[in-house]
Every structure is written in structure tokens, then in C-alpha cells.
Design a protein around this ligand. Structure first.
Ligand code: C2E
Ligand code: MG
Ligand code: MG
Length: 593
């Protein structure tokens, strides 16, 4: 039988009928009240005597608490309250008996043990002599309000999470990271700890995205995030800083060796093949740049820059490596920064720029069959700066497009002048940067240079490197096809230093490959360069592609190359890069070689 159905008289612990409860209708103690009003009130009302027993309760109370009025009357109200709140109820009732009007949040225990959060609003009732008679209480159901508050709290937490986390990987985002780094630096200062910040940039991420689509790109980012997060300790922070860049804060490390061990582990984790996304496993690698900080460091931005600088060095170098920030690196970074600013001026004024032309020679006739335009920068205070130093800077500063436009125009104008002067120079080759291939401006720059100079398109050759093609495969294919359709020749520079795949040769309509000088330098020393060159030549020949050897410095190299069937050569043996006029003489029939 359910307890509320019990026909018993009002409950007393000692079995004695409560003197008031026995003859009390709801709220009969309040002489001025109309009992009907209490009965009909949609609010749960309950009247308690000084010890806290129920004197009267209306139907709304019974309904709300899932009990009958008969069950409640005479029972201590506390028995209907959750155990944990009982003590608080007693002190609340004592305050009311003392004359206070007060409220209490508590949890009612309903039939079958379910709970109901309520607010008890209590008011004391006194007789004419000022003696406490009972407390009059409204039992307000606050479950809906609490539910609404909890939903609101959850929504706020969710919004907060979204604002501070990256939607794709779930890692802390840049904003949360800034806060975490500032706190980490503060903790380092307080405890005298050593910490480290590691900048991680996925290698060739654009290649994954472009070649396999954005779904695979996203999956690569998620996997990268997971690998990083799984490889660090709980107190460390991994965040997605932007695009394919992640930052890791290592806190409370004991030594540089400690940091090196953790970063090495991160790198090893990263290098595990990634199965299941594409037909063949993907090889993920990243460039890691790390910097250490101690209690003396306050500037979070400076720390990020240091880690970025260290990472940039690795990227420039060979990628897939670890670099550490040092004072020397900072000095180089500063020099680069200043040089970059100067390069910006040079690129806009162009008076500091000039071209040299290195002949390409047919070793059988020793006559020039073409030339390569090589950019030179005459820095106002530092003198001649070689492209090896500033081309990378130009890429970094997004200046390569401007430079390429200038080089193309200048080379085409010169070549047109040689033609007009009756000198058959073959064709002029211009190097383009990876960024030129990625952007949309290359074809336009070529068109405008050809138009301004009136040079026939088949007199112009564009040199691209394998890595730049592989970094931007789709854009490269489109740009190179368009150039090819105009009759412009395409050469693959530094062949053998990158991916050197047959597929790449086949896909990109190359007219020429240029065997990198590192192979030429090793010809004849038995280290395998001969076999490699032979393979390159047969690969190119089978696809109808011409071969040029770069960096030829000795007659012995010429002999080896000719034995392998390579006749077109470029190198100091024939000529160093020359100024315009000198090349014009070189290229004139009868004077070559
Ligand atoms: P690259 O396109 O492979 O150009 C050949 C480089 O090898 C030139 O260096 C040339 O001077 C050097 N070289 C030629 N023959 C020999 C030789 O027999 N021995 C040795 N040791 N070196 C030889 P340079 O002019 O310093 O250019 C370096 C690189 O800078 C070029 O390599 C090219 O990638 C880049 N570059 C040059 N000019 C431009 C340009 O206008 N635009 C872009 N994007 N890159 C350029
Ligand atoms: Mg070149
Ligand atoms: Mg080259």
C-alpha cells in the first residue's frame, strides 16, 4: 500500500494525536483567512508548528509533493525533505520562530525517492499576546527555473568553449592559447621553472589538401592534433594556432635535454605513417621550432616569435626537422627582417635589380643554344646580394610575384633586342618561384612581358622546380598548361633533388629537365651519380623531353655527360653568368666558346 493512501490519523512519533493538527483545517490558525482561498490557491502552502510538524497543507502542496493532505498533517515536515537539507531546515525554522521572514532553497523528497527543488518562503504567525503560533510557508517549485538556469549555463559553457576552441580539432584556439601562455610564464616566474614553446608547422599540408581534397586535409589536421595532444603530459597545452600551425607549451621541465627528448618524441609520433585516408599510407612530417623560457621571461609575443623563427629556419632548410632558437638565430632573423624591408624598396624601385645571363651550350658545337636569366640585387650598402639569399625572403614577404614580373619583362625585352641585333641566342629561361605557381598572376605576367617586348613565345622558357610543382600541383598544372598552349617552353629545374617521379614528368608537359649540379659534380667518382644520370636521361628520352646538365665545371664532366647522351650543358666551364652586353657577344655566331 502506498504511504499516501494510508487511512491513518495524522502522524506523531509518540503516537499521540497532535493537539492542533487534530482539529485544524488548513490554515485555521489564521483567523482572518478564508480557508477556501487557501484550498484553491495554485501555490503550495503549508503551516508548521514550532517543532516543524505540519499543521495544515493545501491541495496544491499535496499535488506538488505527490502526497495526500492526510498523510502530511501531523508529520514533521523535515521527513519530507532530502536528508542533506534537514539540518538547514531546522535552523531556518528556528529563525522563523524567532520572528524572521526568510527563504530557504531545499530539496523535497517525494514519493518513490524522486527529488524536487523548492524555495520555502516562510513567515511567522503570532497570537494577540505576541506568542509564536506557527509558520506560514509557501513551497515554490523551482525545478523549471533551475532547469532553465542549467540550460542557460550549459549554453554559456558551450559558447565559451566555441569561442576558445578550434571547431575542427577541439584544441584550444589562439585566444585561449594566449591566456595559457601568459599563465604559464607567470607560473614559471613564481616557481622558478623552466618551460618551452614549440611551434609545429605541418610540411606540405597544401599538397595534401590540393591532391586529396579538403576532407583528407581536415583529417590530416585532426590526426596531427591528436598525435601532438597524446604525446605531451597533462599539464602541457597544445593549441591550433592557425591553418596547419600548432603550438605546444611545455611547463615545468627540468633541463634543455628534457625539452629535446619531448620534442623528439613529438616528431617521432608525427612521422608514423597515416593509414586509411588514402589508397596508400600518407607520410606526415612537420617542421618543429622550439624556444626555452625561464623565470626572467615576461613577453609572450616575443616567445612566440622566437619559436616561429626557429621553425622558419627548419622550413627553409630541409623541413621535417627540429630547430632551437638561439641568439645567433635572432641576429640572422634581424638581418633578414632588415633585408626584407630593403627588398621591398628594391622591388618597387627596381634600379637596384639587374639580370645576368648564363649561356647554355651545345657541347658538340660549343655554340650557345640558350641562356638562363639570373637575378642580381645590388644593395646600396651591402653590395651584391645573391639570389640564394633573397629569393626565399621575397617568397616570405610575398614579393616574388613582383620580382618575377620584373624579371620576365626585362629578360623578354633584352632577348627581343638581341634578336633585333641579329644574334641568335636560342631562348631565354626565367626562374619562377613556388608562389608564382600557386598564385594566378604568372600567366598574366608572361603575357604582358611577351606583349611589351614582342618576343615570340617559343623564345621564352619558364623554369620551375619539382618541389614548387608538388606543393601546388593543381595550380601548377593549370598555369603550365596555359603557358604551354601559348608556345612558351617549360623546364624542370634542379631535377633529381626533389621527387623526380616519372608521373610528374608525364603530367606537366615539360620540354626540358635540368639535371641538378650535385649529380654533375659527382660524375665519374663511382658514387652512383653516373647510374642516376643515365636513368634520368633514359626516363626523359622515353617521354621525348630534352636534357640539360647544370653546373658543368670540368672537361671530365663533359666527357661523362656526353657518354650518357647529354649534349646541352650550362656551367662555369663554358661561361659564368654574364651581363647583357657580354652575353650578346657570347651568343653571336662564331664567337661562342
Ligand atoms: P638555378 O636556377 O639552378 O640557377 C643556376 C645557379 O647555378 C646560378 O646561381 C648559377 O650562377 C649557378 N651556376 C651555374 N653554373 C655553375 C657552375 O658551374 N658551378 C656552380 N657552382 N654554380 C653554377 P645563382 O645565380 O646564384 O642562382 C641561384 C638560384 O637562385 C637559381 O638556381 C634559382 O633557383 C634562383 N634564382 C636566380 N634568379 C632567379 C629569379 O629571377 N627568380 C627566381 N624565382 N629564382 C631565381
Ligand atoms: Mg634555374
Ligand atoms: Mg638549377
Amino acid at each position: 500500500m502506498r504511504e499516501e493512501e494510508s487511512p491513518e490519523t495524522p502522524w506523531r512519533p509518540d503516537g499521540v494525536t497532535h493537539p492542533v493538527a487534530a482539529d485544524t483545517r488548513p490554515f485555521a490558525v489564521d483567523a482572518s483567512s478564508d480557508p477556501g482561498l487557501y484550498e484553491l490557491a495554485p501555490v503550495a502552502l503549508v503551516c508548521l508548528d514550532e517543532p516543524g510538524c505540519v499543521l495544515a497543507a493545501n491541495q496544491a502542496t499535496a499535488h506538488q509533493l505527490g502526497r495526500t493532505v492526510a498523510y502530511m498533517c501531523g508529520r514533521p515536515f523535515v521527513t519530507m525533505v532530502a536528508q542533506r537539507d534537514r539540518r538547514r531546515l531546522f535552523s531556518h525554522l528556528a529563525r522563523v520562530a524567532g520572528g524572521e521572514h526568510c527563504e530557504l532553497d531545499l530539496t523535497m523528497e517525494m514519493v518513490h525517492g524522486t527529488e524536487l527543488p523548492v524555495t520555502l518562503v516562510s513567515k511567522p504567525v503570532f497570537d494577540r499576546d505576541g506568542r509564536f503560533l506557527c509558520s506560514s510557508n509557501a513551497v515554490l517549485d523551482v525545478s523549471r527555473r533551475q532547469q532553465a538556469e542549467s540550460t542557460l549555463r550549459q549554453a554559456k559553457e558551450r559558447l565559451d568553449h566555441i569561442a576558445h576552441h578550434d571547431a575542427l580539432t577541439g584544441l584550444p584556439n589562439r585566444y585561449l592559447f594566449d591566456d595559457r601562455l601568459t599563465r604559464a610564464l607567470a607560473r614559471c616566474r613564481r616557481h622558478g621553472w623552466l618551460g618551452a614553446l614549440v611551434f609545429v608547422d605541418i610540411d606540405r599540408f597544401k599538397f595534401f589538401n590540393d591532391s586529396y581534397g579538403h576532407d583528407v586535409g581536415d583529417a590530416v589536421l585532426i590526426e596531427a592534433a591528436t598525435r601532438l595532444a597524446m604525446s605531451v603530459r597533462e599539464q602541457d597545452t597544445v593549441c591550433r594556432y592557425s591553418g596547419d600551425e600548432f603550438l605546444v607549451i611545455l611547463e615545468n621541465v627540468t633541463s634543455r635535454a628534457d625539452v629535446e627528448a619531448i620534442v623528439a618524441k613529438l616528431r617521432d609520433e608525427f612521422a608514423r605513417p597515416l593509414y586509411g585516408l588514402t589508397e596508400r599510407p600518407l607520410q606526415l612530417t612537420a617542421s618543429f621550432g622550439a624556444t626555452l623560457f625561464d623565470k626572467s621571461v615576461r613577453d609572450a609575443d616575443a616567445i612566440i616569435k622566437q619559436a616561429d623563427m626557429a621553425m622558419y629556419e627548419v622550413k627553409q632548410d630541409s623541413r621535417d626537422g627540429i630547430g632551437y632558437f638561439s641568439r645567433q638565430l635572432a641576429a640572422e632573423g634581424e638581418r633578414r627582417r632588415l633585408l626584407e624591408a630593403d627588398l621591398r624598396i628594391a622591388a618597387s624601385e627596381t634600379s637596384q635589380l639587374r639580370l645576368e645571363f648564363q649561356p647554355q651550350v651545345d657541347a658538340r658545337t660549343r655554340l650557345a643554344c640558350g641562356c638562363e636569366a639570373l637575378l642580381r640585387w645590388d644593395h646600396p650598402s651591402q653590395g651584391l646580394i645573391q639570389p640564394g639569399e633573397f629569393i626565399g625572403l621575397a617568397e616570405h614577404a610575398s614579393l616574388s610575384g613582383v620580382l618575377t614580373r620584373w624579371v620576365l619583362r626585362e629578360a623578354c625585352l633584352r632577348a627581343r633586342r638581341w634578336l633585333d641585333g641579329g644574334r641568335d641566342f636560342g631562348r631565354v629561361a626565367v626562374n619562377v618561384s613556388p608562389r608564382d605557381l600557386a598564385g594566378s598572376g604568372l600567366v598574366e605576367s608572361v603575357d604582358s612581358a611577351l606583349e611589351a617586348s614582342g618576343l615570340p613565345p617559343n623564345r621564352l622558357e619558364v623554369e620551375v622546380t619539382e618541389s614548387s610543382v608538388m606543393h601546388h600541383p593543381l595550380e601548377a598544372r593549370r598555369a603550365l598548361r596555359e603557358l604551354n598552349a601559348r608556345g612558351v617552353r617549360i623546364a624542370l629545374d634542379d631535377f633529381g633533388t626533389g621527387y623526380s617521379s616519372l608521373r610528374c614528368l608525364q603530367d606537366y608537359c615539360f620540354d626540358r629537365i635540368k639535371i641538378d649540379r650535385s649529380f654533375v659534380a659527382e660524375l665519374g667518382d663511382g658514387a652512383g651519380a653516373d647510374a642516376i644520370v643515365e636513368a634520368m636521361v633514359s626516363m626523359a628520352r622515353s617521354l621525348g623531353i630534352e636534357v640539360v646538365a647544370e653546373g658543368v665545371e670540368t672537361p671530365r664532366q663533359v666527357r661523362h655527360l656526353r657518354r650518357h647522351g647529354v649534349n646541352l650543358m650550362q656551367g662555369f666551364l663554358f661561361s659564368r653568368p654574364l651581363a647583357d652586353e657580354a652575353f650578346a657577344v657570347f651568343s653571336s655566331p662564331g664567337t661562342a666558346g
